[in-house]
Design a protein around this ligand. Structure first.
Ligand SMILES: NC(=O)c1ccc[n+]([C@@H]2O[C@H](COP(=O)([O-])OP(=O)(O)OC[C@H]3O[C@@H](n4cnc5c(N)ncnc54)[C@H](OP(=O)(O)O)[C@@H]3O)[C@@H](O)[C@H]2O)c1
Length: 340
């Protein structure tokens, strides 16, 4: 019997996250995607315009394509923009989800939502999935209220709460922060970046791998943390990028990003504990350096889509080795030999 190729609908395929997921997932899934103001072209991906606030249109799309997975990659994702436009933040980060999740349940589509480490205040770090969100930003509030709504109402969902994701964009006229970093390093231009917010920085392709593995393992109705196992400020990350990509980082200067005007500390820590996800899909999540090395290698290979299975194998071996070590440590001590 011919195996049916599952269909993935990416709402917001023009977004940084959505476009990269489309590029990654199109090798294993039929991918279709919607944009709003910015049409994007991704080989093999059917894209069309859609306003997330038009409930009937969302219903027709889900009814017509019957996606196995529906990914919500729409939102106002800058903390500063959310503070300036709280109504729009609420509409895109929260209102659109209400429209989509209802039809996903009705038409049996796995609904995937990306939340953020910024649901937390940032005074502690090493957050677990079970910790209570306590952000004081508009962005953090909008994300945590959607998490709560989905967990309470949806019957088939995955919430992936992510640290910083980086990579290139398919957007026709907007560079990602990472592309700005690359340009500055390449052209030797001065770049001032934050040196106070400590967070994980993960290649966005890992998110694609994680979605694929969760789908293959039939994992649903869970909230997982997705991040690197360590954390750095963007300044430290930028310096490490320059090292891994063999470029000069001498023009990168430390600055301060106004993440939240209410904070009482100079430094904020958003490291997410990823042990639950690693255990479920049986891989080891990378450090920031390993993630950057992965990025470097996939951009310098002829066939980047052939790269990740090898990488996955390495990550699985690392997880197995870590498990062996843990088992060794947990072994009860041998009783002393009895003298005859
Ligand atoms: N980037 C990260 O590191 C990160 C980390 C954690 C979570 N996330 C979450 O992942 C999601 C995507 O983030 P991103 O940074 O990739 O976003 P982004 O690049 O800023 O893209 C925003 C998307 O929203 C779409 N959009 C705006 N208004 C719309 C409307 N009325 N109807 C339909 N679509 C509309 C835009 O479409 P057009 O461009 O076509 O107008 C675009 O596709 C967000 O929910 C974000 O919070 C991102």
């Amino acid at each position: 019997m011919v195996k049916k190729i599952p269909t993935v609908l990416i709402l917001g395929v023009s977004s940084f996250v959505g476009s990269n997921l489309a590029e990654f997932l199109r090798h294993d899934f039929h991918v279709i995607g919607t944009y709003h103001d910015h049409p994007v072209r991704i080989p093999g991906v059917l894209t069309f315009a859609c306003d997330i606030l038009k409930k009937n249109v969302i219903k027709s799309i889900i009814l017509h394509f019957r996606p196995d997975i529906t990914i919500y990659a729409i939102g106002l994702s800058s903390i500063q923009d959310c503070r300036r436009h709280p109504h729009l933040a609420e509409t895109l980060n929260t209102g659109g989800v209400y429209n989509v999740s209802e039809f996903c349940d009705r038409y049996k589509s796995l609904f995937i939502y990306f939340s953020s480490a910024f649901v937390f205040h940032g005074d502690e770090g090493n957050y677990l999935e079970s910790d209570n969100p306590d952000s004081s930003t508009v962005f953090g509030h909008s994300k945590s209220s959607v998490e709560f709504y989905i967990q309470r109402t949806s019957i088939n969902y995955l919430i992936l709460r992510c640290g910083n994701l980086y990579g290139r964009s398919f957007h026709p006229c907007q560079l990602t922060k990472f592309e700005e970093l690359q340009n500055a390093c390449f052209n030797g231009q001065e770049l001032v970046v934050d040196n106070h917010v400590h967070i994980g920085h993960l290649d966005v392709f890992y998110l694609g791998m994680i979605i694929k593995l969760c789908w293959d393992n039939k994992i649903s109705n869970r909230l997982f943390h997705v991040s690197t196992t360590d954390q750095m400020t963007y300044y430290e990350f930028a310096k490490l990028y320059a090292e891994v990509f063999h470029q000069s980082g001498e023009h990168i200067r430390p600055g301060m990003w106004p993440v939240n005007s209410n904070v009482d500390s100079d430094n904020l820590y958003f490291r997410l504990d990823t042990a639950n996800l690693a255990g479920q899909i049986n891989i080891t999540l990378p450090t920031i350096k390993e993630s950057l090395q992965f990025t470097y290698e996939r951009w310098h290979l002829d066939a980047p889509d052939k790269f990740w299975p090898d990488y996955l194998e390495k990550a699985r071996k690392a997880a197995a080795a870590a498990q062996d070590n843990a088992n060794q440590e947990a072994k009860p001590e041998e009783p002393p030999p009895q003298n005859a």
